[in-house]
Design a protein around this ligand. Structure first.
Ligand code: BES
Ligand code: MN
Ligand code: ZN
Length: 499
């Protein structure tokens, strides 16, 4: 998407649709009052008649009939009297979706200089909404009826240079989030571990700044990754341990190397501890963490951020079968610890155990993993917040701050050594599941902590946020993948790229 910023009066801005945000109860912002005069009070009349309103997601269109350079104006409801970034994202998404549906290619947006939200922050939120809102997943329909993306966004307001920079950065990141959504929405028969690795390899080839490597099944076994091997062995689709290294020439903090680890179960049937069939199809999304990590590497490389990153994505399929791991099997993880696999459906923590240890051994000083890890986090937080855990307050706080600035929300949950007793096994060092149905997101995180090695580590349980069962009433209007984590990771990288 091409982005321009103009400081000139909005009446002269050329666009298919010129949008301004409207609070609830409806009131015209300063820029819109200017438009209203050119439109001879047309907007005021719509407000008076109760047609132009500010509810979330409401879009009111008016043809300008040549009185403005733009063909139409649109009022986008922000659903409250205070405008925050999230309300703007939602309003911009609704306006862009409507604009795209009527064939618009160029959209303009009035930035409000009087808003409490700085212009650059408004621009960033609007870009998020315009890029993420109109996204549709139906690539597999024989007649592709998906709405075409908006080609040009004109931001009207002061501070052009800063606004343009922020908006262009946001557009790059949001379109990587959409590429992540494409990966996660892809069905398990298409998005196999091999295919995911090929995607990462293509990404590295296109970017030139990323170094790709992948281990296949024999190498995974030979390396001693018994936990990853145990999950992968039930499937005919062979596993991969995918890595992408990003080593910029002059990192802002040369001593820092962040290991980003993402769970990529390309389909989670549960294995022999088979899941119930109701909505099992959603388990194609169990690679949401891995997809977010890979797409975020694309974003960071495109933005050329000076921060050293190592992405490690264990990819495999969790299936029953003659070679599948049995409940009760005991395996040895890469770290040397033994694990009793009490439940083959608690597979995420197994593949992450080896991937985290591998990332640490490969020189990561700080670790962050993203994983669609537990149903319990969906019960606790629904589709809005990921669960955040960490063993180091400063590192966890960095991630919390990046989350809230990015729009990918996260909320910290506790870890305490007392929880560890539920992961104790009578037979082995650890077991991967407890029969007490309590605190499952915390027990899973406590399990991961055993494999994070020395140094800061944090974990995001994204089971509720990566893939929606239904629209969320904001800029995610449909079911399917959200691209959760791409904006968060790009924001984190940007903060770590500042000395
Ligand atoms: N992939 C699932 C978690 C999940 C559930 C993701 C719902 C998205 C939506 C994970 O592998 C899993 O099966 N977890 C089990 C662990 C249990 C057996 C200890 C769970 O949370 O029920
Ligand atoms: Mn599972
Ligand atoms: Zn899973």
């Amino acid at each position: 998407m091409e982005i321009d910023v103009v400081e000139a009066p909005p009446g002269g801005v050329e666009a298919d649709v010129l949008v301004f945000p409207v609070p609830e109860p409806a009131a015209l912002p300063a820029g819109a009052q200017q438009l209203d005069r050119l439109l001879e009070g047309g907007l005021t009349r719509l407000v008076e008649d109760g047609e132009l309103r500010g509810e979330t997601g409401r879009v009111t269109l008016l043809h300008t009939d040549g009185r403005l350079a733009a063909r139409r104006v649109a009022a986008a409801g922000v659903g409250g009297d205070t405008v925050d970034a999230d309300r703007l994202r939602t309003a911009a998404a609704a306006a862009a979706t409507r604009a795209a549906d009527i064939g618009a290619r160029a959209v303009a947006w009035l930035v409000d200089p009087e808003s409490a939200l700085p212009s650059a922050e408004q621009a960033r939120a609007v870009v998020d909404g315009v890029v993420l809102g109109p996204y549709e997943a139906g690539r597999w329909k024989t007649e592709d009826e998906r709405r075409p993306p908006i080609e040009r966004l004109v931001l009207c307001g002061p501070g052009a240079a800063a606004v343009a920079e922020e908006a262009r950065r946001a557009a790059a990141v949001a379109s990587w989030a959409n590429r992540c959504r494409d990966l996660v929405n892809a069905p398990g028969n298409e998005m196999t571990p091999e295919r995911l690795a090929a995607w990462a390899e293509e990404l590295a080839a296109e970017s030139g700044a990323l170094r790709f490597e992948a281990l296949g099944p024999e190498e995974i076994r030979a390396a001693g990754m018994g936990a990853l091997e145990a999950v992968a062995r039930g499937s005919h689709n062979a596993p991969r341990l995918i890595t992408l290294a990003y080593e910029p020439d002059s990192p802002a903090r040369p001593e820092l190397r962040v290991g980003l680890v993402g769970k990529a179960i390309t389909f989670d049937s549960g294995g022999l501890s088979l899941k119930p069939s109701l909505r099992m199809e959603e388990m194609k999304s169990d690679m949401g963490g891995g997809a977010a990590v890979l797409a975020a590497m694309g974003a960071v490389a495109e933005l050329e951020l000076p921060v050293r990153l190592l992405a490690v994505v264990p990819a495999c399929e969790n299936m029953p079968g003659g070679h599948a791991t049995r409940p009760g099997d005991i395996v040895t993880a890469l770290s040397g610890k033994t694990i009793e696999i009490a439940n083959t459906d608690a597979e995420g923590r197994l593949i992450l155990a080896d991937a985290l240890w591998f990332a640490r051994e490969s020189g990561a000083t700080h670790l962050l993993d993203l994983a669609t890890l537990t149903g319990g986090i969906v019960i606790a937080m629904g589709d809005l917040y990921a669960g955040l855990f960490g063993n180091d307050d400063a590192w966890t706080a960095e991630i919390e701050a990046a989350a809230s600035a990015s729009g990918d929300r996260a909320w910290r949950l506790p870890l305490h050594e007392r929880y560890g007793r539920y992961n104790d096994s009578y037979f082995a060092d650890l077991k991967n599941s407890s029969d007490y149905k309590q605190a499952s997101p915390i027990l899973a995180a406590a399990f991961l902590a055993e494999f994070a090695g020395e140094g800061p580590w944090a974990h995001l349980d994204i089971a509720g946020t990566a893939y929606l069962e239904r629209g969320r009433g904001d800029y995610y209007t449909d079911l399917g993948a959200t691209g959760y984590g791409v904006r968060l990771l790009a924001e984190l990288a940007r903060r770590l790229a500042t000395p």
